[in-house]
Design a binder for this molecule. Structure first.
Ligand code: TMP
Length: 178
């Protein structure tokens, strides 16, 4: 993402399990970016999972364990002072650009990016708004393009089994080494 002009908290990989990151104040919202109906959106509107949305949809949840991470609107975000108007505009812009990058990357390896979650923060040193999250099968819905096989955390959430194999499949297709 840094190479695609999306600023992030990532500085460098230290070893297999450690990364050096910029210190940020996390903006307490989860940004949900959706290309297809699935999960809570399908449940809310009774629309079959896998139905394409006519346009990419951005939703927000408040990060609050006590309140159960409720869905909130942009007006809620601004009224609660969770971030300001310009920051929210930048969050939306980055989220849509990240979606474009991820969608084409996954498409090129035969995977449909159904939806995903992002978090952002303000860098303590520079005051810059940065992506401050992992992007992985834990935080995305990834379906095989041909078979619609789920290659993401829904295998765990829905007790489908073979979660490790699914994650390895994504990794192998991305041709990454860890
Ligand atoms: P949802 O359908 O459960 O609202 O989730 C939408 C997407 O966001 C899905 O890819 C899972 C991801 N997500 C997280 O990674 N963490 C979360 O806390 C939530 C609510 C969603």
């Amino acid at each position: 993402m840094n190479h695609c002009d999306i600023p992030t908290h990532f500085i460098k990989k230290i070893d297999k399990k450690s990364q050096l990151l910029k210190k940020v104040d996390i903006i307490p919202i989860e940004v949900l970016v959706r290309n297809f109906f699935a999960g809570s959106l399908s449940k809310k509107f009774g629309v079959k999972e896998g139905t394409q949305l006519s346009d990419t949809l951005i939703e927000y949840c408040l990060k609050s364990d006590e309140l159960g991470d409720p869905h909130i609107s942009s007006e809620h975000i601004l009224n609660l002072g969770l971030c300001d108007f310009d920051e929210l505009e930048l969050i939306d812009e980055y989220s849509l650009r990240i979606n474009d990058i991820l969608r084409s990357t996954f498409y090129s390896i035969g995977i449909n990016l159904v939806d995903f979650k992002l978090e952002f923060g303000i860098c303590k040193k520079t005051d810059e708004l940065v992506l401050a999250d992992e992007i992985s099968p834990d935080t995305c819905r990834l379906w095989d393009l041909k078979t619609n096989k789920k290659l993401d955390k829904d295998r765990f959430r829905r007790d489908l089994g073979n979660i490790e194999e699914a994650y390895e499949e994504v990794l192998n297709r991305l041709n990454l080494t860890i």
